[in-house]
Write a protein that binds this ligand. Structure first.
Ligand SMILES: Cc1cc2nc3c(=O)[nH]c(=O)nc-3n(C[C@H](O)[C@H](O)[C@H](O)COP(=O)(O)OP(=O)(O)OC[C@H]3O[C@@H](n4cnc5c(N)ncnc54)[C@H](O)[C@@H]3O)c2cc1C
Length: 436
């Protein structure tokens, strides 16, 4: 039976009540959007933040060093002063778009199955962790192999310790933060192993989470086998050659009862796919233009479901942009539409991925760029615009943000021919990568 809430027609439905969704709902409310609802599958707002009890949140946005729960509480408190409706324990199952509205089918533990209509929607669905199956480690399948975010929830929210001796695979931020967290709980952290010859985490986390606690970072090494029957007993680790293949002679056994996997995040977009939103193969989030408008009219995307961010401050910023665009769309503002035929932004030399992937060339753009490998004394080039910026250290773990007024750069008012694509490259001081 599909139920109907007393009023299920909204101007804006925000799906996901993490920092991106809360920022979007708040900004839309400030801009005068009348009927707004947030659908959140958890019994609380805040997304991943309530389990991130360490500090380091809000340094950019609030100029303060907050914990995850403190950061999210600011937004929860602000939402209380608005008319934004919040439906917790409610999972959006599918989206359908007709000319005038977005139809959301949702399952709520309080209301049953619901159909909600909105004139526009912001998707702020976060991301999910890659698991053992996605990194193909040989061996048995004992208990004791977890993803990092799951252990974070076990330790910080549920109050369980996952083991006594831990090995961490992957040096992204979650792995680094959990290395320190487990050490503080008295776990013997045997080391962090990273496939690549560089860490994929923020530099500050390498110092604050590993170096300060004497935890070893083993670059260019990975876990090649898992041992144990009921419970994990040990892992085999090995060094890798340049082709990332294990060097057999280097293999050694590390005893542990807990393997923590921090091997990447995937933007959550199963819901986006239900209404045919085009997904970018590189970012694994929707293709968007500078207004964060997806390929389906009236649906906007932000936060980690659009692009995996390093810090929450940039997620909040995205939420604001999506809300401003949704408010403009509801007012009938022209020029916000996404077209595949708009100028494409392509990843050039040393760029792993970039967002937005389309630009209208009528407005300012906030590019987010993820580098492929570290570089020193590099330059970012945005082809065709004349834009160049020097950058001392390029690190894959640190997202590069660039705000660009392309119409001004290319001469607004002049009859410049809109390029079909613009390539963004990171080139080192010797000119490496010039040809892309
Ligand atoms: C371990 C860890 C450490 C971090 N450390 C830092 C740090 O030190 N500093 C910092 O600035 N940032 C840090 N971050 C990053 C920051 O937490 C994230 O960037 C931010 O939480 C992403 O916000 P989001 O709203 O996009 O996604 P999330 O916080 O993941 O929120 C998404 C929400 O959408 C909901 N949802 C998803 N699908 C549906 C659906 N179908 N229906 C209804 N609801 C749905 C989910 O339940 C969730 O609540 C850290 C993250 C992690 C995991």
């Amino acid at each position: 039976v599909i139920h109907t809430l007393p009023d299920t027609r909204y101007d804006l439905a925000v799906i996901g009540g993490g920092p991106a969704g809360m920022a979007a709902a708040l900004r839309a409310s400030e801009l005068g959007v009348k009927k707004i609802i947030i659908l959140e599958r958890n019994p609380y707002l805040g997304g991943i933040l309530p389990q991130c009890i360490h500090n380091g949140f809000g340094l950019k946005f609030f100029k303060k060093d907050l914990t995850g729960p403190q950061y999210s509480q600011v937004f929860i408190d602000r939402l209380k002063d608005t008319d934004v409706e919040v439906l917790l324990c409610c999972t959006a199952l599918s989206l359908a778009k007709s000319r005038q509205k977005v139809e959301i089918l949702a399952a709520s533990s309080l209301e049953g199955v619901l159909k909600i209509e909105a004139k526009s929607a912001v998707l702020a669905l976060g991301c999910r962790e890659r698991t053992r199956g996605q990194v193909s480690i040989h061996g048995t399948r004992p208990a004791g192999v977890y993803t990092a975010g799951f252990i974070q929830k076990l330790v910080n929210i549920e109050g369980y310790l996952p083991g006594r001796e831990a090995v961490i695979l992957g040096s992204g931020d979650i792995g680094l933060i959990m290395a320190r967290r487990l050490r503080l709980e008295g776990v013997d952290v045997k080391g962090v192993y990273e496939l690549m010859p560089f860490s994929t985490g923020l530099t500050r986390n390498i110092y604050q989470c590993l170096k300060d606690y004497g935890i070893g970072l083993h670059l260019g090494q990975t876990v090649t086998r898992i041992f144990g029957h009921k419970r994990l007993e040990a892992v085999e680790v090995a060094k890798l050659d340049e082709g990332l293949m294990p060097l057999k002679d280097s293999a050694r056994i590390v005893r542990c009862d807990c393997l923590l996997l921090s091997v990447g995040l995937i933007p959550e977009n199963e819901l986006s796919r239900t209404c045919g939103i085009v997904i970018d193969e590189n970012t694994q989030g929707p293709l968007v233009n500078e207004f964060l408008h997806t390929s389906v009219e009236g649906i906007f995307s932000c936060g980690n479901s659009l692009f995996v961010n390093d810090i929450v401050d940039s997620v909040t910023e995205d939420g604001f942009i999506a809300a401003e665009s949704a408010a403009g769309y509801l007012e009938g503002k022209k020029g916000l539409g996404f077209e595949l035929s708009q100028t494409a932004i392509r990843s050039g030399a040393n760029v792993a991925y970039i967002s937005p992937q389309r630009v209208s060339l009528k407005s300012k753009v906030h590019f987010k760029i993820r580098a492929r490998t570290p570089m020193r004394d590099a330059e970012i080039h945005i082809e065709g615009t004349g834009f160049k910026r020097s950058i001392r250290h390029v690190l894959p773990g640190e997202l590069i943000g660039i705000r660009l007024d392309i119409p001004r750069l290319m001469g607004k008012g002049s009859f410049f021919k809109k390029p079909s694509e613009i390539r963004v490259s990171i080139i080192d001081k010797d000119g490496r990568g010039k040809t892309g």
